[in-house]
Design a binder for this molecule. Structure first.
Ligand code: UDP
Length: 450
């Protein structure tokens, strides 16, 4: 595809090394490719190896080496710091290799980097490609990240990422405020981890090249106050792609035929995404809470959900719930959420999960763990009024009785469902011809072609 100014519109997209980053970037790549542009998705080798069925019919998928160092293995912060040093070189080698091909149409014109590897903006520019940033997060999250230098300068945050001088941080009256332990770097019971996290995200703010375009998986109608805070943001979400291939675990499709046997709007879907883990005690409480609710449930229990280990269920639990409950290790989540039997979503409030749930109009039971999940919960419960919190008993445990009670409330509260349905309508409009995300995406494609 020859661009009008002679620049070749071969787009290279580089994923952050996490499930919740690879999947939405792949959706973006597929949408670009459907417009006839050549797109290559780059993953680290260690991620590429995890992908189930990594072939895609329209997006080429390649990998670059991780260059691991021994001390990285159990320390995600060191691993990310190390990647910062090694990944630019690996990417340069890849781009050089592609650009030296005899076919001029192969040359890389644009590099889209996921926010986890934002520093690759500089590498892209160095290699003569136009850098573009992609955030699979809320615009509010992004606005908060951009505000960190100013907050440090004003003394509202200290160098450990703790809030000073005030109780909450507000960016705009129309965006839920961040309470002291609700920042994406907050680990209130583990100051060392919090410091490592804050150091990882903080030092380069303002120093990395600012891209002309920053694509974000949200829509203007959902988050206009946050979008207005960042002039180069281009909201193109929600990015949806039912047969998206980039899973770290095989999808268990048997749950779809199980859902077929259930009444419309009768099932609660339970999933904590790809990273969050629970204690064995918490798993027991959740299992017993689901059972006590008496409602049908589909529960994703990853093989590492219980602090990295397989779950052990309470005595007799599996036999007692065999008629009303189904457990899978990994679900085809978007297809599950779009199934007519699913009524509500007990979620860890990952941004992808929220967008997928809102696209179907399900209401949410919120159970955040870390990162942006607390702020996403505030959006759901306080701003959009499409869900309820599962709070815990003060010791950090969400009890079976609370879980049972909140599930009951979800099925009785018509307002939550009505609000979720209203957002579903907004989503449906924004991605249709003439909608704001649709138009933004078209502008983006024109930009790639010019
Ligand atoms: N997901 C899935 N099957 C599952 C659980 C999760 O396909 O059983 C997908 C989900 O659809 C979403 C992604 O994994 O696209 C998780 O991203 P999210 O931002 O919700 O959470 P994270 O894993 O980053 O915490």
């Amino acid at each position: 595809m020859e661009a009008k100014n002679g620049r070749k519109a071969h787009v290279l997209a580089v994923a952050g090394p996490a499930q919740g980053h690879v999947k939405p970037l792949m959706k973006l790549c597929r949408q670009i490719a459907k417009h006839g542009l050549k797109v290559t998705l780059v993953n680290l080798q260690s991620v590429h190896d995890k992908l189930v069925g990594e072939e895609d019919n329209i997006v080429q998928m390649v990998s670059i080496p991780d260059v691991p160092i021994e001390e990285d293995k159990d320390d995600p912060f060191k691993k990310m710091k190390n990647l910062r040093k090694t990944m630019p070189e690996s990417l340069k080698d890849l781009i050089q290799g592609i650009n030296s091909s005899s076919n001029p149409e192969e040359k890389i014109g644009f590099v889209i980097a996921d926010v986890m590897v934002e520093w690759l903006m500089d590498t892209a520019a160095e290699m003569g490609a136009e850098p573009i940033l992609f955030s699979p997060t809320s615009a509010a999250f992004r606005a908060m990240m951009s505000r960190i230098p100013a907050l440090l300068e004003d003394g509202m945050l200290d160098l450990n990422g703790n809030i000073e001088k005030c109780e909450k941080i507000t960016l705009s009256d129309d965006i839920p405020a961040w309470d002291k332990d609700e920042f994406s770097w907050s680990f209130p019971h583990d100051p060392k981890t919090q410091k490592s996290f804050f150091d990882l995200i903080n030092p380069d703010r303002g120093k990395i090249i600012q891209p002309k375009l920053h694509l974000i998986n949200t829509c203007y109608e959902l988050e206009s106050p946050a979008c207005d805070l960042r002039p180069n943001l281009l909201p193109v979400g929600p990015l949806l792609e039912m047969n998206n291939s980039c899973n770290f675990y095989p999808e268990d499709e048997s749950c779809l035929s199980w859902l077929d046997t259930k009444l419309p709007e009768s099932v609660i879907y339970v999933s904590f995404g790809s990273i969050a883990v629970v204690s064995q005690q918490q798993l027991d409480e959740l299992a017993l809470g689901l059972e006590l609710s008496g409602r049908a449930f589909l529960w994703v229990v990853r093989p590492d959900l219980v602090n990295g280990l397989r779950a052990v269920y309470p005595d007799g639990f599996l036999e007692r719930v065999s008629g009303i409950g189904m457990i899978v290790e990994w679900a085809p989540q978007e297809r599950v959420l779009f199934h007519p039997s699913v009524a509500c979503f007990l979620t860890h409030c990952g941004w992808n999960s929220i967008l997928e749930g809102l696209s179907k109009g399900v209401s949410f039971l919120c159970w955040p763990f870390f990162m942006d999940q607390f702020h996403n919960q505030n959006y759901i419960c306080d701003k959009w009024e499409a869900g309820l919190r599962v709070d815990g008993d003060g010791s950090g445990i969400r009890t079976r009785n609370e879980i049972k009670e909140k599930i009951g409330m979800m099925f009785c509260n018509g307002d939550l469902k009505a609000n979720a349905m209203r957002l579903k309508e907004i989503f449906a409009k924004t991605v249709c011809e003439g909608g704001s995300s649709y138009n933004n995406f078209e502008r983006f494609i024109d930009y790639l072609r010019k």
